[in-house]
Design a protein around this ligand. Structure first.
Ligand SMILES: NC(=O)c1ccc[n+]([C@@H]2O[C@H](COP(=O)([O-])OP(=O)(O)OC[C@H]3O[C@@H](n4cnc5c(N)ncnc54)[C@H](O)[C@@H]3O)[C@@H](O)[C@H]2O)c1
Length: 329
């Protein structure tokens, strides 16, 4: 299998590259390296520095013949997308459609999209695929537009696709080869670890008056290596799917953890409490976002291997301790 991984120098994409290589796939990474790191691409994997919206680059590349595209490349800061909506719609939705069109021109049979839980407004019970779509930001909207585009590419041209709507990616490769290195970092677990390690000032807890047991937001943290494995399973699922199938699955552990529970876990793993300060709510944060991955599990046999919060935090902590400057350090 020859597979193009867009955004393969980023956090989730690089872990997926490892999982694909472990299955013997021939992998090529396309990444503009705006947020990604060349050092996150394993030796022996071809890295093409370029943009998913560049049709002149995509034509000769996809003309080499690819069985599948795993599409991770995106801008993914929810808050920034509220400030710059058109940037997100152009960079994610419009450029993503250039990529999908190129896949159609070059007979790429399977396409896996990194979609997001930001499609959903949240709710008390784990959200399954029947939950109402109500994108919380231009970022979420851009992913929904791509899901719709894939549905039409399937119906009219036979492209098979899966949209994986994942909740909060977290953790790091358990063998220590890869980790999370975003700039700016906005994810709770790496921020809390850095605060515990004294590399950042106090962490802000945004909102302590939500209708949850301890008043802080509850999220579903899914280990990045489990997400990587889910992409491999999604490709296998598509192999057996009929022509034009456009599938969508929610991916998480089914268990939510509050912000305070995450800080407690980081404190246990790091051996020091996370310095934190209470702050007002942020606009647009649902109280509870937890996934039901029951359908994906039933149809692919996937199950989280690193579902336990302390394990997720321990892998993230080990990588940050070993790489104080991230990939650049
Ligand atoms: N991290 C999460 O918790 C999470 C949750 C749900 C969905 N997602 C989605 O998963 C995907 C990967 O997320 P991540 O956390 O690994 O992000 P990331 O920023 O670490 O990785 C994205 C990669 O794509 C590259 N890129 C961005 N725009 C590009 C473009 N136009 N052309 C080429 N390369 C481009 C970046 O340089 C980066 O290497 C994204 O699509 C994101 O929306 C992430």
């Amino acid at each position: 299998m020859k597979i193009l991984v867009t955004g393969g120098a980023g956090y989730v994409g690089s872990h997926a590259v490892l999982a694909l290589r472990a299955r013997g796939a021939d992998v090529v990474v396309l990444d503009n390296l705006r947020q990604g790191h060349a050092a996150a691409v394993p030796a022996g994997v071809r890295l093409i520095e370029g943009d998913i919206g560049d049709a002149a680059l995509l034509d000769p590349l996809l003309g080499e013949g690819f069985d599948a595209v795993l599409h991770f490349a995106a801008l993914s800061l929810v808050g920034e997308s509220m400030q710059k909506p058109m940037l997100y719609l152009r960079a994610n939705a419009a450029a993503g459609m250039v990529l999908i069109e190129a896949c159609l021109r070059h007979q790429v049979g399977r396409f896996v999209l990194s979609s997001t839980a930001n499609l959903f407004a949240g709710g008390d019970a784990p959200l399954d695929e029947a939950a109402a779509i109500d994108p919380g930001s231009p970022y979420g909207e851009s992913k929904w537009m791509l899901e719709r585009a894939l549905t039409w590419a399937g119906r009219t041209r036979g492209l098979k696709s899966v949209a994986l709507r994942y909740f909060n990616a977290a953790g790091a490769d358990p063998d220590g080869r890869l980790g999370e290195d975003h700039d700016p970092e906005t994810h709770l677990i790496p921020l809390a670890i850095d605060a515990a390690l004294g590399r950042r000032p106090e962490l802000a807890i945004f909102g302590t008056d939500y209708p949850t047991p301890d008043g802080t937001c509850i999220r579903d943290y899914v280990h990045v290596s489990d997400l990587a494995e889910a992409h491999v399973r999604a490709l296998e699922r598509l192999a057996a799917a009929p022509e034009g199938a456009a599938l969508a699955y929610n991916l998480g552990t089914g268990h939510g953890h509050s912000v305070r529970a995450v800080l407690a876990a980081v404190g246990r793993v790091a051996g020091r409490a996370v310095p934190a300060q209470e702050a007002p709510r942020r606009a647009g944060d649902p109280a509870i976002l937890v996934a039901s991955a029951a359908r994906f599990m039933a149809e692919t046999g996937w199950a989280p291997r690193f579902g336990d919060l302390d394990t997720i935090v321990a892998t993230a902590h080990a990588w940050r301790v070993a790489h104080p400057g991230g990939y650049g350090g």
